[in-house]
Design a protein around this ligand. Sequence first.
Ligand code: GCB
Length: 612
Amino acid sequence: MKFLSLITVLLLLTHLSLFAQTPLITDIAARKTTSLNGAWQYIIDPYGTGYYDYRYQERSQNDRDAYWNTDEQVNKTERKEYRFTDKYTLQVPGDWNSQAEKFLYYEGIVWYKRSFDFTKSNAANKVYLYFGAVNFDADVYFNGKKLGKHKGGFTAFNFEVPDSYLKPTGNYLVVKVDNTRHKDEVPTVNTDWWNYGGITRDVQLVEVPAAFIQDYSLHIKKGASLKTTKNIPVEGWVQLNDWQTTKEVTVEIPELKIKKAFPVTGDKVAVQFNLPAVQLWSPQTPKLYNIVINTGADKIEDKIGFRTIEVVGRQVLLNGKPLFMRGICTHEEIPQLGRRAYSKQDALQLLGWAKELGCNMVRLAHYPHNENMTRTADSLGILVWSEIPVYWTIDFSSGEVFDKARTQLTEMITRDHNRASIIIWSVGNETPVNPLRLVFMRNLIGAARSLDSTRLVSAALEVNYQPGVNKIDDPLGEYVDIVSFNEYLGWYAGLPDKCRTANWEFAYNKPFFISETGAETLGGFHGDSLTRWSEEYQEWYYREQVAMFKRMPDNFAGLSPWILCDFRSPRRNNQTFQEGWNNKGLIDQQGRKKKAFFVLKEYYDERSRTSN
Ligand code: GCB
């Protein structure tokens, strides 16, 4: 028995080390990449036949019935019960649900296959396989060998492809994608959005030199004074995968005529210098500087902005000046096509609409969005709240679930920590008030701060509705930088005129932010303002809300109403007005602006004249 368990432990250890995930390479756009986007063949496998044998044991690596192995018949008599063909293809990136009707509600396993030729541009280079995201589980096989496994539907991951796996021609990549919901995952089984499955973001082969720049961070030193825009201290680090062969790292900002060298004494090289004169990044002036990081063996470039964000007393300060966030929530979804958003074009559409609305901020709900969104936000000058899907009722009692949440937090922050647009990391949404959850969420906040001390940390909380008073007193409020809450006065509780008599009581002397408020309407459906689902009801709702915002105390730091566009949700089953859509968008399923859009716009335009 003892012997057996030792073997099991050893097996487990080899398994873990074989499939240990490679640390994320950031700034992918600056690397030498080969896109694997396009048409991938697929097999829908609801029973997991490609993975399990008939005794429901995981198939062995070389099992010819395992779908990760070659599907070619060795000779005409061989019985092959699976085969990929060009008759069945899915576009990558993209969710499967919107690509064929049979997929609309599908939750389960789909196998993807892509064949390609590939020769390294330099024999000494290392090759990584990079996925922007796969929802939810991805088991990745390269020429029949397992590269690794990743869990989590909204974050990037990469695996090193050993030289011995690569062939100049006829490589094939198989990915088992499984979007089955589980109670012990993040998110859990219950959400208010569509569980789009598939390889939803870009797939690329990334070539890097043997000793390469893994990641870097560059930002204005926390607490630096911005009284003048001269001599502002900048600090950060450059992470190397292999520092032994590198002597020095240089950081260059050509436009500012800065070039600084830093000695390498370990894999994380500390960087600090002063900016002689700089135009700070802000929504009004989203200035990005080209930066170049060079180790001799490797060189990457990026475009980044310099700004500060902090809470001082009851205010949020951007570059030292009070900020009012004119925000809007958005899912990562294109309403007219009922699909996940993934491209730069998609980001321009969503963020362009937010700009039209008069926004200077977006809340990317309820999970990390694709990198085009945060990069486009950088260049358009839109502040960003970025969140992990710790949503509603995940299992707060489980250490494993905590680890999963922390992993997603780490992956989110790692990919995007050089985006000036991101000012808030959110550790969750509408989680229930209880002691276990408090510990869980506090620890996530701690993890966020230790990964990035330069941004604010928050979470969307709920309101404690009491007779005559709406209290914001969730104990988690003590630990966040900005107290955010979702309120639906006039939709889930009473009619919109309820706002007129609302009394708000805040337990914390901190800035507060209304992270959600909204009402549902079917675009194009009209009635009087008392008629639910009519555009007039939603318009009235927004009028009453806006009047209430105007009476809010001085620590009101902004809002991000729910939501920019209508989005798919299987919870929404009024077959006249919803049909599987949550229609709280200010923009409808056809991309048309509803009446309420203009009410919020008027408020935002007015606010933009009076505040930052
Ligand atoms: C909320 C949730 C959001 C929902 C929204 C609604 O409070 O945070 O995910 O979609 O309400 O429409 O009810």
